[in-house]
Write a protein that binds this ligand. Structure first.
Ligand code: PHE
Length: 456
């Protein structure tokens, strides 16, 4: 990043923003969460609604969120403060900070599993699982071990804190320049191997041939929540990255790139997983443990599977790390900019607080498995409330703010900068975006939220 006139750092190039934003977006959400939710929510029907949500809500709100950051050059709360006097709008940034904190707590539990699986891969353990039953029971054994879960959660949180504490994000950004393409290639290989298994077509059918009767309000809510979660949307991460973006960058184009890449990676991961699930006669709806039970089976079927499995879990762990860093960064930036805390104090206090909140999530798979809120374990509850409730709520307010409150003349002026030729060529795009932000996105979000709690 290079300092601009106002002294705030900026990305060195347009690719800088895209890389960091894609680093935040691409992570366990695509490779772990998308397949397991698709498996729990009926496959193709879920994917169809998810794609609709990305197009109708996700991309327009992403553009709006990045725009707020680029115009105000601040953290989420500070940005709203500099754009609007009312404390109501400042608290919208606050919802984001809370959402980010809760997501960090349970996300790091799963990130810990991927870290643990690097060790399993190096030990050659994963290659003993040519049969799905063995892979499953091995993962169940690990899950049942509270020390394994809490230990890895702690290790991963410390890793995240270390990076944010020493401000070496640039280091991992550089690392992710290599790792992201690598992850992509490894996923392509997995997908091809999956597609060439006997019985793979059943998996494809499950993914792409919708059974419309499967669409319920629960499925729609899960799909919308996943669109937000996967794009790191509605909680200020994208806003924060946008605040480092230059006025010369084409913001809509960059946002569309990120959204497309993000959805594409999820679909590739979905194909890799479900071809194996069906080819080996497994159940698609086993929940959060899905990829840890299925992937080891494919590794045994790939030449050089030993090295492949190590590389895969290293790449996945780094993808998770670029996401946890963006989560902790939002909370940190808020306390540094708005409350005058030192960066180090904010990292230590909130890193450890998120770790504490993560412990009951890590124990939800063993000691606290029967401790439930309705059907939900503590892990499920954290995941549900943050991704299905707080993120969409954040997205709702972002669209209302940009569509109605900020003043569309100003918005128009801001969004055009760097994208003049795009809007000169396709003037309807601006009106289309405005219409979505004013009506389509907020109405859809509210209707989905209310109907899922049974109000309408
Ligand atoms: N988008 C990230 C992923 O898919 C998760 C995330 C959500 C990161 C919200 C930041 C904010 O893994």
């Amino acid at each position: 990043m290079i300092p601009n006139n106002s002294g705030r750092e900026q990305w060195g190039s347009r690719a800088g923003f895209i890389l960091a934003a894609a680093g935040s977006a691409v992570g366990l959400g695509n490779i772990w969460r998308f397949p397991y939710l698709a498996g729990e929510n009926g496959g193709a029907a879920f994917i169809f609604v998810y794609i609709l949500c990305v197009l109708l809500i996700g991309i327009p709100v992403l553009i709006a969120e990045v725009l707020i950051g680029r115009s105000a050059h601040k953290n989420p709360v500070g940005s709203f403060k500099s754009l609007h006097p009312s404390p109501f709008w400042h608290s919208v940034g606050g919802i984001g900070v809370i959402a980010g904190f809760v997501i960090l707590s349970f996300y790091t539990v799963v990130a810990g599993w991927t870290l643990g699986y690097i060790y399993e891969a190096i030990n050659g353990n994963l290659l003993q699982y040519s049969l799905p039953d063995i892979a499953q029971s091995h993962f169940s054994d690990l899950l049942a071990d509270a020390y394994w879960n809490v230990g890895l959660l702690t290790a991963f949180m410390l890793l995240t804190m270390g990076i944010v504490y020493f401000g070496v994000q640039k280091g991992i950004e550089r690392g992710s320049k290599i790792m992201m393409p690598m992850l992509f290639i490894l996923l392509l290989v997995l997908m091809i191997r999956g597609l060439t298994l006997d019985g793979a077509s059943k998996g494809l059918e499950y993914l792409f041939n919708p059974d419309w009767s499967k669409i319920t309000t629960g499925v729609v809510l899960a799909a919308m929540g996943q669109a937000f979660f996967s794009m790191s949307l509605g909680m200020g991460a994208m806003l924060t990255y946008g605040s480092y973006m230059s006025m010369k960058d084409n913001l809509p184009a960059a946002s569309i790139w990120i959204a497309t890449l993000d959805a594409l990676i999820a679909i590739i991961a979905g194909i890799s997983i479900f071809t194996v699930v069906f080819a080996t006669g497994q159940n698609p709806d086993v929940g959060p443990s899905l990829i840890f039970r299925t992937l080891p089976v494919v590794f045994t079927k790939i030449p050089g599977g030993f090295y492949f499995s190590i590389l895969f879990f290293i790449a996945l762990t780094l993808a998770a790390l670029t996401s946890t860093v963006s989560l902790l960064e939002v909370v940190t930036a808020y306390f540094v900019d708005e409350k005058g805390w030192s960066r180090r104090k904010a990292v230590v206090v909130f890193g450890f607080a998120a770790l504490l909140l993560g412990v009951p999530s890590a124990l939800s798979f063993n000691i606290l498995a029967d401790f439930k809120f309705g059907e939900f374990t503590f892990f499920d509850l954290s995941e549900f409330l943050s991704s299905n409730l707080l993120l969409p709520l954040g997205g709702f307010f972002i669209s209302i703010f940009v569509g109605w409150v900020w003043g569309f003349d100003k918005v128009k002026n801001e969004i055009r900068q760097g994208a003049e030729s795009l809007f000169d060529k396709y003037p309807w795009m601006l009106n289309y975006w405005k219409f979505i932000l004013r009506f389509v996105a907020p109405v859809l979000i509210i209707v989905i939220l209310l109907s899922s709690i049974g109000i309408i």
